[in-house]
Design a protein around this ligand. Structure first.
Ligand SMILES: C[S@@+](CC[C@H](N)C(=O)[O-])C[C@H]1O[C@@H](n2cnc3c(N)ncnc32)[C@H](O)[C@@H]1O
Length: 502
């Protein structure tokens, strides 16, 4: 009997029954075969059919593959990733590809002063546009120089930042050995190229990356960089971007089971859309997310953009998605994110050669972009969260929403550390959140009050849930916020096993 006939029977059975024994298909075969004979005929085809086989006595249980295997990074792979992060720069091949693309597009050498000046102007325009309210922004990336300016100024930082986020997703067990990714608003392919680079240090994992972008100039840059930096047949396959507007995009144009959907610095560019309309857009695409897939939304750390991301995350939570991280709803309440300005940070990257050239002018600082600061949220369709911690029923701690009743008193709280140090050389300051407050709350520690009993506040990674015993509550009228003063008598401990964050 031909293998194709066995496969046809197998497919038909799998359509009717999500789980069955391989022996159950024997009566439907033209020629009776033994279970082992059938198995050797179909074994290699099973992954492609989305089926799994499990030895069950002398038989095999066949089931639908609902979750791809989670990517577990080996020690050797982790060593390679660490070495790459230690360099804090883009791969040399990508840095060169960007330079060559600029030379090709402009027809000028990189030393050309007129070309460098036009790049500087494009960067200044992009930065000034960025600080405008979203509805007044004009940037559409229709001009060559706006994309070249993006490649010179934003690309390097966002590329390294994406790799930090991929490492975070891997630590959280949200990446798979074999996965399908969608990058919405891909620009010149920062996320797909970062995936290709990150995966190049893994042994066996594979990924297929789809993307959506509306700017032709960005798509041209994307394809050029992809073709220079990746080869056909590698374990990451980067498909050409789908040219489309995210607002009117038809989700049927992308595969059904996306494992990771990324919106990196793109949703804030949808200036005309309200938070609810952005939530509609994300949910429309989430219709194509696998049941165990993740959505990663990343935005710049700037206050308005960052706060809008939190409002969007809550809107999506209210409409059925789960916030996996970084937020932890430790009292089981929804939060009030109107003034939630929380971002993660990473070590500065090394300036690129091109940044070096651009900074040979009167205002060099304007053209060097090396800070990694970003706000992110990971959302899921299932109920998986990074932290499952809830404040125990008999804890002698207050909800942060009650802080106004305890001004000038010493009290205890449990909250997540939602910033790195925002203070200065004399006082360390960390944003705290327990999901209940409507005004910003900060832990403030004079440097000389840092002791072994409270230093975990300083050293714990972003998002860690800590218990603070004996903080003095102060109201900061100028900022309509609360400061919880940590002294050498305050004890700060981990409320749960630590989680790692880059
Ligand atoms: C700031 S760039 C981000 C690019 C890349 N994701 C990154 O993180 O570097 C925003 C991208 O979103 C794209 N974009 C903005 N609005 C869009 C829309 N309505 N439809 C499709 N793409 C859009 C822009 O063209 C641009 O390429």
């Amino acid at each position: 009997m031909a293998n194709n006939d066995i496969i046809a029977v197998l497919k038909k059975t799998a359509k009717k029954q999500p789980v069955f024994l391989l022996s159950e298909i024997i009566p439907y075969l033209d020629e009776p075969l033994a279970v082992d004979q059938i198995f050797s005929a179909i074994a290699k085809k099973l992954p492609g059919l989305g089926l799994l086989a499990k030895k069950t006595g002398n038989d095999y249980t066949i089931s639908q593959k609902t979750a791809e295997e989670t990517l577990a990074i080996t020690a050797v792979e982790a060593g390679r990733q660490d070495a790459s992060f230690a360099s804090q720069r883009m791969p040399p091949i990508l840095e060169t590809a960007i330079e060559q693309y600029i030379v090709k597009k402009t027809g000028k050498e990189l030393s050309d002063p007129v070309m460098l000046d036009r790049l500087r102007k494009a960067i200044v325009f992009q930065k000034s546009d960025y600080w405008k309210p979203t509805h007044q922004r004009a940037l559409k990336y229709t001009k060559a120089y706006s994309v070249l300016g993006y490649l010179a100024y934003h690309f390097p930082v966002y590329f390294v930042q994406t790799e930090h986020l991929l490492a975070m997703l891997a630590r959280d067990g949200l990446l798979k050995e074999k996965m399908t990714v969608l990058d919405a608003g891909t620009g010149p392919g920062v996320v797909p190229l970062a995936i290709a680079d990150f995966w190049s240090r893994l042994e066996t994992a594979t990924a297929t990356v789809y993307s959506i972008e509306r700017s032709e100039e960005h798509i041209e840059a994307f394809l050029s960089l992809r073709d220079q930096c990746t080869k056909k047949g590698e374990r990451v396959s980067i498909k050409p971007p789908i040219k489309a507007d995210l607002v009117t995009f038809d989700p049927e144009k992308i595969p059904q089971q996306i494992d990771l959907m990324v919106f990196s610095n793109s949703l804030n560019e949808l200036g005309g859309l309200s938070i609810e309309e952005r939530a509609d857009l994300v949910l429309k695409l989430a219709g194509r997310l696998a049941p165990d897939g993740s959505i990663l939304i990343v935005e710049p750390a700037e206050e308005t953009t960052s706060t809008s991301l939190r409002l969007l995350a809550l809107a999506l939570k209210k409409r059925g998605l789960t916030i996996h991280s970084p937020c932890s709803f430790i009292w089981g309440t929804n939060c009030t994110p109107d003034r939630c300005w929380s971002f993660a940070t990473g070590r500065n990257i090394q300036p690129t050669r091109l940044m070096g050239r651009l900074s040979e002018c009167d205002e060099p600082f304007r053209y060097i972009n090396i800070d990694i600061k970003y706000s992110y949220v990971v959302l899921r369709k299932d109920e998986k969260t990074r932290h499952s911690y809830r404040v125990p029923a008999k804890s002698r701690v207050l909800r942060v929403s009650q802080v106004h009743r305890h001004i000038d008193k010493r009290v205890n709280f449990i909250a997540a550390k939602m910033s790195e140090n925002l203070g200065d050389g004399k006082n360390l300051m960390f944003r705290l959140c327990d999901g209940t407050a409507d005004k910003p709350v900060f832990a403030v520690v004079p440097v000389y009050h840092v002791t072994p009993e409270n230093e975990v506040l300083k050293t714990a990674p972003y998002g860690t849930i800590v218990k603070l015993d004996g903080v003095l509550v102060r109201y900061n009228k100028a900022h309509n916020a609360y400061n919880l003063l940590v002294s050498r008598n305050t004890r700060v401990t981990m409320a749960e096993v630590p989680d790692q964050e880059d």
